[in-house]
Design a protein around this ligand. Sequence first.
Ligand code: XMP
Length: 320
Amino acid sequence: MITEITTQELSTEQFINEKVKDIKDAVADGTAINALSGGVDSSTVTMLGHRALGKNLRTIFVENGLMREGEPEQVVGFFRELGVTVEVVDAREEFFAALKGVTDPEQKREAITQTFYKNVFGRIVKQSGAKHLLQGTILTDVDETVAGIKRQHNVFEQLGIDPQETFGYCIIEPLIQLRKDGVRKVGEALGLPAELFDRIPFPGPALAARVIGEITPDRIETVRKATVIVERLLKDTGAFQYMAILHEDRVTGMRDGKRDFGQQIELRCWDSVDARTATPTRLSFDILETLADDIIRDVPGIVSVTYNVATKPPSTIEAI
Ligand code: XMP
């Protein structure tokens, strides 16, 4: 049973002191490893781990081929400024091989989970001799997984999976009592720049959560290009999260006077406090038109752009 620490109750200083001590006690004079994706949760865990363990923490950015444009370089750069060295491991081929031919959303998540924890991380941890993996699981991940809504790729114990047995290492989850807004406060208190602690949420399965149907390098590239446009045009809206989703169905369009049986992008932009419920942001039609024009002009193959107006529930924030 996990006891929630609400954002109102949270004293960041006390929380940080306690978690730093817990991490030190658990790892003792051994070493730990953590995976940094650059999201709020993994960035905050990196700072906590760095404070607790210093050089005895190895921070790794797994380049899975599913990240946004320029993300690996950007994240490594931010942490360099904070005095944290991040190693980049190129595992693109392994991820795309595991995702080949997989179309079911939960199977995609499972393929990413297995590739990440068992293959890539399992190998790194084994080679390094580390016994602990620090991870930024938060309470919302656990809730949604246990409720059977979505299998968050970082939740194990609550599903009866023993990471020690399955992957060969212990997982430490210092943020598990918090929700996203609490994590942001802790991240800020740990010295993360606003670009990191105030970043819009981004899912563990990365752009794979935004491609309906098979994940291929080409389809990821399509959604990646659309994401650049969406993030550029919506960053000042104050919305909780916004995204582009690539659909599987094709629709007839016209390009250069010819019929083009093209692809569709769905846009989503959400107002939410903690991701448990969400409503679509009332974007102006002008912004929607600019989004559509820029996406159709700059993303090859797209002939249709739609905006989602359903609420969560019954929708979810991500599309898979
Ligand atoms: P949903 O789509 O379940 O998303 O309404 C709720 C929040 O969680 C993020 N999300 C994920 N994060 N692994 C993650 O680490 C996942 O599999 C995953 N699925 C969704 C999502 O971006 C939103 O902020």
